[in-house]
Each structure stands twice: as structure tokens, then as C-alpha cells.
Design a protein around this ligand. Sequence first.
Ligand SMILES: [Zn+2]
Length: 493
Amino acid sequence: MIQAPRSLILITVDCLRADHVGFLGYKRATTPFLDTIARESFVFSKAIAAGAPTYYSLPGILASRYPLALGREVLGIAPDEETLPSVLRDFGFQTAAFSAANPYISARFGYDQGFDCFRDFLESGQIEFPEENIPTSFRARANRAVASTCHQVPGLGQIYDELYFEYCQRIGSGRAASFEALRKFPSADVIVDHAISWLDEHAGGPFFLWLHLMDPHAPYYPKPEALDAMGASSSAQQARYLNSYWARGDIGPERLRRKRDKVIALYDAGIAWADRQIRRLGERLVELNQWDNCALAITADHGEEFLDHGGRFHAPVKLTEELIHVPLVLRIAGNRDRRHITTPFGLIDLAPTLLDVLGLPAPASFRGRSRWLQAASGKEWQKPVITECVHGCSNPFFSEKRIAPRILAVRSQSHKLVLDFASNSEQLFDLECDPQERNALNPAEAIAVRQELLQHAWKHLAESQKSRDFDRRFESQLRDLRIEWAHSAPSPN
Ligand SMILES: [Zn+2]
């Protein structure tokens, strides 16, 4: 008999794809601590994000709501929307979030709602609006003129690009001081330090703690100790070169592939560092006598691509497995064996499942359903999992980017149907025969499966329309407007 735990810890690791953790079969030792936990936990080997990337995934995790359910233009958590932290706070939990400076996880997008303590490490208090930075100096203009001339001669443009890239890396940018100086996000040790300080004050009562770690996120500048431990030591200079090479827009997959393994080593070291810090958090919980009082859920918002389908990073232009299949491990004291759940589990179901684990009801607004009873009793369930995003919306700070057509994936145990409304394409994959999604089935094949998954897709779209909460949508639009007004207000003299 498993007793309901008193508290809950949720850890989301940004960009952590399922096939890069040891407990799901990865060969490199990225997650020794999580592997140990997995031996006495519920391991969901087919956990699927409700959307990708971060801003399309987190509403599913925290609010059990599909990312586009309020309308494509609405981003983040809507004002007063019920979420895992808000529900738990209403039940008397102390709530805290420490998020490693992902600009989409901020108060601007409603992520502070429900938290007594919310730290997003975006210290300036302002989110940077990425913009095209076109240098205008004489040298830059002259360089553009030379580049343009070279690109008019067949073969010369490529040679020029190569020389210019090497020049920029080896001479133009100077020496890279250190990994610390190059890193864009606070590393997991910083986040865990803050979490431990908070726990030292609040571990006595019921609490909900959420950590969002960015260590595997690009640019890939892990802790050098983690690289050394993996036997993949690198200098900061080499790491900067690899990151710049990997971000190149002027070369194709063939040439990018030459550096792929080295880039993956940097990414894996980020995972290893997150794992090591989660261990430290666990050790502190043991010291505080709280380790067995907490349910611990560890998952990811989405995965990361390393040319699996020709791309890099995690832009929402496809919903392939490396982008939406994430690890999910759930440790609950009292359970001493590994429980392997192979039914596809949508992260839309995570928040109601976690509430159920704590013995608490989920609010009516949650679209997912608890799978706790089925998981605990070893029963399977049959419901295809939905994932959606807006095609090409890689920078949702620009609201016009949010309005593009949707991509929708429906995944069953064996098949996956992907509807891309941008290209009006429909692809069905047999994931048992073709787990890498290399060859979509011919339209004449698996007709019954195709029809069944199509029906689920239409049902999802119809429910999204029917259940749309126009008040919340309006409130979210107002929030966006207020921020835009605040940005455009004349600054005081
Ligand atoms: Zn993310």
C-alpha cells in the first residue's frame, strides 16, 4: 500500500530528450542518479509533451491545458488560470519555483501565478527582445560587399564563407575566457542552491517545489567538471568554436554532421550536471528527513534535435520523436520496485496524476486525466496522445509569429499521425517498424489506423473550439497589451 506523500517536487529539464537518459537505455553515463531513482520508481517510457518548445509545452505540464486551446495568439498561463501550484497553494501548500532564466517562463507570461516564491533569474527584470543585429561599420559594409561579390562566382562563395567563419572564430572574437563567461543560463548548482535555501525554511510543512533547469539547452556550455567526468574534456575556446559551427546557417547537414558527436558531448555533459545537482537536492532532503515525504517527478518540456531529421535545436517546424518524446520518472516513497509503464503518457495528464498521488482532486479546467490508479495497479489505458504547436513560431515575442498554421500529432502505442496545416500534409508513421520516422506510410496502408487517429485529431480540434474560455483569452490579450504599452511609454527624464 502506497501512502500519499505530503509534498511534491517537480523538476523539468529543458531540452532533455528521452533517449539520452540511462534509465531509458542511453549508453553514455549521463544520469547515474536518476538511474538509481528509476530502480524504485514509476518510469513512463513513452511520455509525450503536449507541445514543443517550452512555450507550447509548459501550459500542458502546469495547467493541464493544450497550448493552443485559448487561441494561437495566447502564450503562457492565462491570468487566474488554475495550475498545479495554484491548486496546491489553495490546499495549504507552500509553493516555490526556481527557473534558470528561460525568458518564456516569466511573470510576463503568468508563470509566477500560484507561487509564494518565484525566481526566474531574469535579473534585469526585463526580457530581452531578440532582434536582427546588422553591423553598420565601414569594415562590416566592406565585408558584406566582398561576400556578395564572392557569392556571384560559382564555388567561391563557399570558400569565402569558410574562411570568414574560421577568421571570426580564431582571430576576430579573441580568446574565450571560460565556460562560466560563455554560459547563457544559470547552471543547475545555482538553482539547486536557491532551492535548498528555500527548503531549509519550508520543508516542515506540505510544500510544492518546481525547478526548471537549462543545462542541456543551447548554446551548449556545460560545467567543465561534467565534461571531464565523461572523458570528453574541452577548452572554452573549443566549445565556443563548436557552438558557432553548430549554429551556422551557411552549410548543410553533411558538413554539420562532422562536428555532431562533439556537440552532443557538450549537450550530454549538461544533462550529467543536472543529474549531479538533482542528487545534491535529494541528499539535502534526506538530511531534512523529507526524502520519503515527497513525491518526486522529473521530466522535460521537450527534446532536442541533432540532425535526426536534418535539423538542429528545437524550433516548432515539426513534431518528431526527438522533439516531443521526453523522460518521465515518478518516485513515491513506499514503492520499492521499478514500474515500467509503456503506454503513451501525455504530459497533459501529469498535473492531475500528481494531484491524485497526493490524494487531491484536480480542478474541472484540467483537460488531462489522472493515470495514477492505472499506473499503480499495472493496468494499461488506450488513449492516443496529442501534441501541437504553431508552425515556425520560433520567437513568440513577436505576436504576429504566433498566428501561423498549427502542426498536430496524434500518437498511439504503435503509430503516429502528423497533420501539418502549414503545408496541408498528413503523414502516418508505424513507430514499431520505423521508430526513427524515416518513411511515412503510403496513403493506401493502415487505413483503419489512419482513420482512427484522424478522428482523434478532429475530436481534439472540435473540443478545443468548444471549450475555449473567451474570458481567459481576453484577459491574456489584455496582459500582452499592457506590457506593450509599458514598453512604448516615454521614459521619465
Ligand atoms: Zn524548452
